[in-house]
Every structure is written in structure tokens, then in C-alpha cells.
Design a binder for this molecule. Structure first.
Ligand code: ZN
Length: 195
């Protein structure tokens, strides 16, 4: 990542902003891990009326992700080098990967929309399983193809609508998180991180 979130010392941020511990940086929402997100929809900023979504976030530093590419080179250096690198790489992933749990508000409208999208995705999955099972029993080859197509369409649908990945972490440090996925109406409330 080119932008350096360490540019402003965290101690300088203590008294900066509106005191919520939440800021914006371009399209990202930056918040202290301890900060509590308000009872507003993460998408449209409407009153969430107590509806909350919980999500686990996982973030691996880009350098660790990039080091995965070395797996293409290391095997040429011999078996021992390969084993040593694999062990070091696994340790690096376990040590540097960061987790954080967030919960955020969602309005009735967006909650319904989300449930509808989940229902559609489940319909595709169930239809594909039924088509495959029935076709296998009846030795109907076209049905298996239909089942596979339904499954692929369902997976594509889930990817396009970003099902299950509403908010993603762009960076996690010891006490701050950089989050993607909050709507502009929600973000507009908070001050920018850069002075
Ligand atoms: Zn909403």
C-alpha cells in the first residue's frame, strides 16, 4: 500500500476529530478498535433501530501476501530450502495476520435486501443440488449440466452481490482498523484522518 497511515502519530490523533474515534481516509472508514459504531445504517446512514450485523475481519500484511510468490522460486533451491521457507512462511502468516470483530448498524430496508439476496443464493444452491441428484438417479446427463450451471450462476451471484463480505479490512494495526464497504452517506458524517 502506498499511503502511509503511520504518517500522523497516533498520539496526535487523540484529541483530533469529533471524539468518536472514527475518521475517513478516501473511501475507507478508519476507526479505533475500541470505538463503537453508531445506531445508523452502514450503507445509507438511516436510523438502524437497533439492527446490528456482526462480522469477523481478517487482514494479512501485503508483504506476507507477496512473499507467497517465492513459492514459485524456492523449490528450485532444493528440498531443505523449500521446507525451511514453508515453515517460516507459515509462522509469518500466523504472527502477522490480524483479526478484528466489528458490529455495525443496518436499516430495515437494507436488512430486507440482504435477506432477499441470501434467499436467492440459497435457491440456486438447493436447485443445483436437486437437479444433480435427480439427474444422477434418472441417468439424465443434461440435468447434471443444468445443476452445474445453476451452481456456477449461484456462486457468480454471491460474488457480484458481495454476499457475506459486506465490510472488508484494508489494514489492521494494534489499535486501529481501516475498513472498506461503508456507504458515502455514512462516511460523510466523519472528519478526514489527514489534517
Ligand atoms: Zn440502509
Amino acid at each position: 500500500m502506498s499511503d502511509n497511515p503511520y504518517a500522523t502519530p497516533l498520539s496526535d490523533l487523540e484529541n483530533y476529530g469529533d471524539g468518536s474515534g472514527i475518521w475517513i481516509e478516501k473511501k475507507l472508514l478508519v476507526m479505533r478498535k475500541k470505538a463503537v459504531l453508531p445506531d445508523r445504517c452502514y450503507h445509507c446512514n438511516a436510523d438502524a433501530q437497533g439492527n446490528r450485523l456482526k462480522q469477523k475481519l481478517l487482514w494479512t500484511p501485503p508483504l506476507v501476501v507477496l512473499s507467497t510468490l517465492l513459492f514459485f522460486v524456492v523449490p528450485f533451491l532444493g528440498e531443505l530450502a523449500f521446507i525451511a521457507f514453508t515453515v517460516l512462511w507459515l509462522i509469518a502468516v500466523l504472527v502477522f495476520r490480524k483479526r478484528h470483530r466489528i458490529d455495525y448498524g443496518i436499516c430495515e430496508k437494507h436488512l430486507k435486501q440482504r435477506r432477499l439476496l441470501y434467499a436467492v443464493a440459497w435457491c440456486f444452491l438447493i436447485a443445483s443440488v436437486v437437479a444433480s441428484l435427480v439427474s444422477t438417479v434418472l441417468h439424465w446427463h443434461v440435468g447434471i449440466l443444468v445443476g452445474t450451471v445453476l451452481l456456477l450462476v449461484g456462486i457468480l451471484f454471491a460474488i457480484v452481490t458481495r454476499l457475506g463480505r459486506t465490510i472488508t479490512a484494508r489494514k489492521i494495526t494494534a489499535d486501529m482498523v481501516w475498513l472498506k464497504g461503508f456507504g458515502q452517506e455514512f462516511r460523510d458524517v466523519y472528519p478526514p484522518l489527514e489534517k
